[in-house]
Design a protein around this ligand. Structure first.
Ligand code: ZN
Ligand code: ZN
Length: 339
């Protein structure tokens, strides 16, 4: 089969790879769609991101497909089933696992980061990581389950209360997911901050109450001009020091700052502890997606979250290399690779 193999910094090559036979507790699926994630781009660029990826690994961890083979001990899925994949597998016996914090598992493996992933025609992995798709959900929607699951964990940690005013910085795929989930969680008012004004229309369509262009002036002043109440939760979905500082600056008293965007490991920000004290800010972040895929798929199935408009392009697996080398793809929204 063909698979897109990460071979080292800025080298991703489509290669012929043997399909691995499933062990007794594994399955093989025919991949239908696999999303390109910021993490894939970080790995490709050689950044140390959320995952350490050994060269020689097929990337892709946001995917869904049809089961074509099952191991002798598999009980939860059958050949022909349509499944979405939770890429992470936790050991269950390390200290974080036994403290109920499995996303920090010391022995975690990740499909598409530490083992062969979904930028391929087939993928073999543990059956327990497969989640059946409801009949009314497309395989492309199933492939979006993983990023939605990551956002859900961030939302869980954002302490949103019914009636809150929530500010989301960045109207990319993640920002637009976070915005919709914040609203479903009870936020009454959502303000989007996004310098690319072409993205505002989509944000309004998906439920934003106000979109601001940070180039129009100081964000605090802009919020005051629009008579926006005190921000209860600010969610940063860009991952730059400047936008994290903005999220902290505009967050209201007793509020939560969710630093969701992945920064480079070297990034630092100047922080005044006295300021955090005076506003009693809750500064936090979110690390991957511990057991959130089920809820993510239910949100998509029930229409609680609109994800079709977030799919910016579908690219054939044979053209995957250009998605990584050509920066113009970054502007398109979520890109699905179709084997
Ligand atoms: Zn991802
Ligand atoms: Zn563990």
């Amino acid at each position: 089969m063909l698979g897109a193999v990460f071979l080292g910094k800025q080298i991703l090559k489509l290669q012929e790879v043997t399909v691995r036979e499933p062990d007794p507790e594994e399955i093989t699926i025919k991949v239908a769609a696999c999303g390109v994630c910021g993490t894939d781009l970080h790995i490709y660029s050689g950044d140390q991101g959320a995952a350490d990826c050994p060269p020689g690994t097929i990337l892709g961890h946001e995917f869904a497909g049809i089961v074509v083979k099952i191991g002798s001990a598999v009980k939860n899925v059958q050949v022909g089933d349509r499944v979405s994949v939770d890429p992470n597998d936790y050991c269950g016996f390390c200290e974080p696992c036994r403290n109920g914090k499995s996303n920090f598992c010391e022995n975690m493996t990740g499909i598409g980061t530490t083992t062969h992933g979904g930028f391929a025609e087939y993928c073999t992995f543990k059956a327990k990581q497969a989640y059946q798709l409801p009949d009314n959900m497309s395989l492309e929607q199933g492939a979006m389950g993983e990023p939605v699951g990551c956002c859900l964990h961030g939302i869980d940690l954002s302490r949103i209360k019914t009636g809150d005013t929530v500010l989301v910085i960045g109207a990319g795929t993640i920002g637009l997911m976070m915005m919709q989930l914040a609203k479903k969680t009870g936020a009454a008012k959502i303000v989007i901050v996004e310098p690319i004004v072409e993205k505002h229309a989509m944000a309004y369509q998906l439920g934003a109450d106000l979109c601001l262009n940070p180039k129009d002036g100081n964000l605090k002043d802009l919020l005051a001009q629009h008579k926006i109440p005190e921000i209860n939760v600010s969610i940063e979905c860009v991952g730059l020091p400047v936008t994290i500082l903005q999220a902290i600056e505009v967050c209201g008293r007793g509020g939560t700052v969710m630093m969701f965007g992945l920064t480079s490991p070297e990034s630092t920000i100047p922080l005044m502890p006295f300021d955090v004290f005076r506003r009693e800010l809750h500064l936090t972040a979110s690390f991957i997606n511990p057991y959130t895929l089920k809820r993510a798929l239910t949100m998509i199935e029930t229409g609680g979250l609109q994800i079709e408009p977030l799919i910016g392009a579908r690219v054939s697996l044979k053209d995957i290399e250009q998605v990584f080398t050509d920066p113009s793809y970054r502007k398109l929204g979520k890109i699905l690779i179709i084997p």
